[in-house]
Design a protein around this ligand. Sequence first.
Ligand code: NAD
Ligand code: UGA
Length: 431
Amino acid sequence: MNITVIGTGYVGLVSGVCYSELGHNVQCVDKLPEKVVMLQNGEVPIYEPGLQELMIKNMEAGRLSFTNEISDAMVDADLVIIAVGTPPLPNGEADMQYIEAAAKEIAQSMNGYKVVCVKSTVPVGTNEHVRGIIANHFKGQFDIASLPEFLREGTAVKDTLHPDRIVIGAESEQASALLTELHRPLTKEIVVTDIRSAEMIKYASNAFLATKISFINEIANICEKVGADVTEVAKGMGLDRRIGSSFLKAGIGYGGSCFPKDTKALIQIAGNVEYDFKLLKAVVEVNRHQRYGVLDKLFHAIDNVYGKTIGIWGLSFKPETDDVREAPAIEVIDRLIELGAKVKVYDPIAMESFRRILDHPSIEWCENALEVARGSNALCLLTEWNEFVEADLSEVEAALLQPVLVDGRNVFSIEQIKKTGLNYYPVGRPV
Ligand code: NAD
Ligand code: UGA
């Protein structure tokens, strides 16, 4: 199959590479020339484990290439996949400008029957809108389809090659047959449905996962008051197959490019049809509040942060990624600076990407985890990178000015902590 992927971000690049790994000819298009040059040179602009090796392998096999020119890339395409961003507008709605621009460019390069599908996360009705844009310019036959993406950053290659399910929203037999054939080697669980339901499945899935996280975070907050341990509670709950154990890790609240934006977008989608999605609004509110729970513990531990030095372990919104979009670290560090603290930070991968969005004279950029602890009045763990999980806590204690460790991700056991003199502040667990 000849496949053209528009947009080489986390989704477009990983999908393009993985489709080429399945033996298809894939051309990836991005509008940013510098990104395309990097990719053509075998360099991956994002940090995603396993991606670069697979990309180079398939480029060398002649199945994968990168270009700025959509018209060249589309000449022989059977399938065109839109994977551009849908960032939030100030009111929470998804910004459709990149989708619309991509649809117009596709329309101008249509030269025969193709299936055009949207992999970006888009409001219900968007695929039909894309069809309208293409039909305005191109009078021949084509099909549109919704192909929502469920990969997670940090495990994107594995998630793409071994998905739990594939969802295809198609309006014609021809389109659903083509997309089913493409994904058949990946999983038996292929849900073929109508386009609007496929679009909704994506938002509903992210909203549900976000709900699980906010739920367990509220349970954690109650655990703190009644002396229960949220990790035990989550374990006991998760063994019930109806509940499931995943996404029940309490912590500092969800971040990332998708849960925050997709929950707000779904609230807007509901609002547009005059439905007040109260549950999801509460999920968003609980998540916002959870960040401050970790800060409150810090304030409790060291009283006043003014003039003090606070160490921060972890800047990315989760481990194994350099993505800092909506990372809890942004709000936490912002607030600490606002209150007059100095902040020492370290992240194994995300230092550069974080610095691009938040730089300030009060931030000291450290070379390693121990350097952060040295001379700090307290240490806050915000991202559970292995490097922090495996740190020698007695060394950390010796380096700190005051033995305060606020663990926003519950990575240390109480036994480990008891071997040290650290004052430990986890989430929802008695110490
Ligand atoms: P991203 O911002 O990382 O990448 C988007 C890319 O598209 C950029 O490189 C941009 O230059 C390019 N682009 C924009 N307009 C273009 C055009 N007209 N022609 C060519 N290139 C163009 O975005 P992402 O994180 O990959 O997300 C893409 C979509 O997938 C979003 O809707 C997102 O919600 C959804 N999604 C993301 C993830 C994730 O983990 N990041 C997972 C599932 C779904
Ligand atoms: C999430 C979904 O898991 C993917 O299925 C989806 O495709 C993607 O959003 C998307 O639409 O972009 P991602 O944001 O990459 O993937 O990462 P997750 O592993 O879901 O983590 C999201 C956030 O929730 C992180 O900040 C993480 O630390 C937090 N989280 C996750 C918790 O606080 N507790 C948990 O139990 C799980």
